[in-house]
Write a protein that binds this ligand. Sequence first.
Ligand code: FAD
Length: 414
Amino acid sequence: MISITDKSKCCGCAACAQKCPKQCISMEYDAEGCEYPVVNADQCIDCGLCEKACPVLNVDKDEPKSQRAFLVQHNDQKVLAESTSGGAFTALAQAVIANGGIVFGAGYLRGEQLVRAEGAPGRLKVGHFSVESVDELWRFRNSKYVQSVVGPAYPEVKQQLKTGREVLFIGTPCQCEGLLRFLGGKPANLRVADFVCRANPARAVFARQVEWLDAKVGVKGETVLFRDKTRFGYRYSNMCELEGETLYGERLYSEGVETDPYLRAFFADLSDRPICYECPFKKRYRVTDLTCWDFFDVYRLSKEFDDNRGVTRVLIQSDEGQELLDRASSYARMKEIDVEAAVEGVRELTKSVKLNPHRDEFMADVANLDGEELMNKWFPDSGKVKAERFARHTCEKLGIYDPMKRLVKKFIKK
Ligand SMILES: Cc1cc2nc3c(=O)[nH]c(=O)nc-3n(C[C@H](O)[C@H](O)[C@H](O)COP(=O)(O)OP(=O)(O)OC[C@H]3O[C@@H](n4cnc5c(N)ncnc54)[C@H](O)[C@@H]3O)c2cc1C
């Protein structure tokens, strides 16, 4: 039976719990807000199906295969503005829905959906669910830098596949491999798209961030956008909060990567789920159909896509992935790029983030302090932070943000 003695060996996908024929595995949240399987040994029949379904115990090999790469930018300016990068995921989802299909992705759980993340910390919860109409796809747009609760999504995918319709599942590399392990293979009507995933922050840290925001803003906003492009564009996206559930409207809060405490914790590698520091799914050649990610330095390969509105890099992992991208070309402009140039220097594709030696200390404070105490202790708005914010905002206003960023990068490399 599955037994988690080392938390860095579990990605929380729940494939084991969903596969158990006796339903004797429950997913339980720890103080960091990460879920792990707990087996009721009295009911376990030792069939071994949970271990067979575990993507961590059965990681797929990183074996070279033929690949192609594309730049993708959605044609609809509203979709593009709401998306993290170029809106490729929305274009792929539109192609599947146009074919009578259904799409599973991650968004804020609302109303009755909240039961899918019962026990998870915080008042704003992100989880996987399905959408069948193009009008609802906005709920998936924009990356949520917090682990999504997979919950019952895998058996729901299976049920939809049985009806014969096309199903698209979008998730982290671990969630995608977990789905394929749960299903025991990839049925012909399933499409799976993952992304280059730096790491996935633990939910308790996001819960503290929301508490901190509540105190700072004085209003309980319903949506946190992790990569808002509406203020300064794609190259300097901001963490922001909105009052309602939509992705537009007045911003209650908006700060960049140098100032926002949650983003500072994320990029300091303090806040991630334990497995992210030794992620076994960091691979160039994946079991998914397509892999999507950002391209801030797109000027290296294309001037026409370098317009500060966002672009997605798409790596084709299978013939089905190519066929789906071809169908999605009705909704987005695309350009093929050299595949080696596309993956060159993309550290997050194949390498895990480094464990910050202060992580345990930080997580102890996450468990014991409220949001305001935590963020003020670890990420104060110091003189250095204020100076960096001033420099970034001034460069942005003068229209020299991008050349300055390139210059600083060059300087750091030397
Ligand atoms: C946790 C995380 C880490 C990432 N790390 C990197 C990185 O290091 N480098 C890089 O270049 N790109 C990274 N990305 C991917 C990047 O942010 C964009 O999602 C990608 O470029 C596609 O953008 P888009 O405009 O095409 O799609 P978008 O419209 O932004 O769609 C995002 C899609 O991702 C799914 N999604 C959103 N949040 C989650 C979540 N928490 N868990 C599972 N699925 C989710 C949604 O279902 C949606 O379909 C990361 C994304 C996430 C969620």
